[in-house]
Design a protein around this ligand. Structure first.
Ligand code: SAH
Length: 239
């Protein structure tokens, strides 16, 4: 009696394989995502294979509202509610690449927004800590990241200016909102040899994407080009 059951089991498995293979092909936006990576990410100079692979894997359309999903793979920012935006894919790739992440790293992100950047980081490193100051966005992103099974992302609601003391120090810190200075608590919470990236400058117009490396008491800075981010609010604006 076990024989037919085995055959049934095999047939079931076979069907499952066919279903998953075809759903892969039918995955909405797979083609768009591939074109985005080829043209806007690789095509504009991002060479790190790890970054290209995760940009190909993480579905940006799942991080925006249904009516905006058709634009999710165009190289521009998109609104995510409360006047905030999910950053342009190329800038996300550029910032992530600059951090030179390693698999065992622990990374802090300031400005969870949609959770897209946190998801990309979670694909690359061991642990991600992300802070969002707007409650509605914080709750939505935490729920989304949990739904997508990112068990290595710790998300909280609060002012990222102060970092995440209990989880510090971090190998890398990424600030995805514009500030006119680097919050001192974040420098403190960065490991020696760690890297921090921030859109630094006027919070009303353009900023310079700045990569900071901590070497003992010294900070070395490298400018990576002009960007335009939404402002970092909270303590960053009150100083
Ligand atoms: N990284 C996000 C996009 C960031 S948009 C993504 O992948 O979608 C910038 C975000 O920073 C906004 O959601 C804004 O509310 C948040 N923000 C601004 N000031 C902040 C602060 N002091 N602490 C934490 N988050 C902040």
């Amino acid at each position: 009696m076990t024989y037919p059951l085995k055959i049934l089991g095999a047939a079931f498995l076979f069907n499952l394989l066919i279903i998953s293979a075809s759903s892969c092909e039918d995955e909405p936006f797979a083609k768009e995502r591939q074109i985005m990576v080829e043209q806007d990410i690789k095509g504009r100079g991002i060479a790190d294979k790890k970054i290209l692979n995760v940009m190909l894997k993480v579905k940006r359309h799942l991080f925006v509202d249904k009516e905006l999903q058709g634009q999710a793979y165009a190289d521009h920012p998109l609104p995510i509610g409360e006047g905030q935006t999910i950053s342009q894919p190329y800038v996300v790739a550029l910032m992530t690449e600059a951090l030179k992440l390693k698999p065992a790293d622990r990374v802090l992100e300031i400005g969870t927004g949609s959770g897209y950047q946190a998801a990309l980081l979670a694909e690359i490193v061991k642990e991600v800590y992300t802070i969002e100051i707007r409650k509605g966005l914080a709750d939505m992103a935490a729920k989304r990241l949990k739904g997508l099974d990112y068990g290595n992302v710790n998300a909280k609601y609060g002012d990222g200016y102060f970092g995440w003391e209990e989880a510090a120090p971090f190998d890398a810190i990424i600030i995805t909102a514009a500030a006119n200075h680097i919050p001192p608590p974040l420098i403190k919470q960065l490991k020696d040899g760690g890297r921090l990236i921030i859109p630094l400058g006027s919070t009303f117009y353009y900023q310079t994407l700045t990569l900071v490396t901590k070497q003992g008491k010294e900070l070395s800075m490298e400018q990576l080009g002009g960007v335009s981010f939404v402002p970092m609010v909270g303590k960053a604006q009150k100083r």
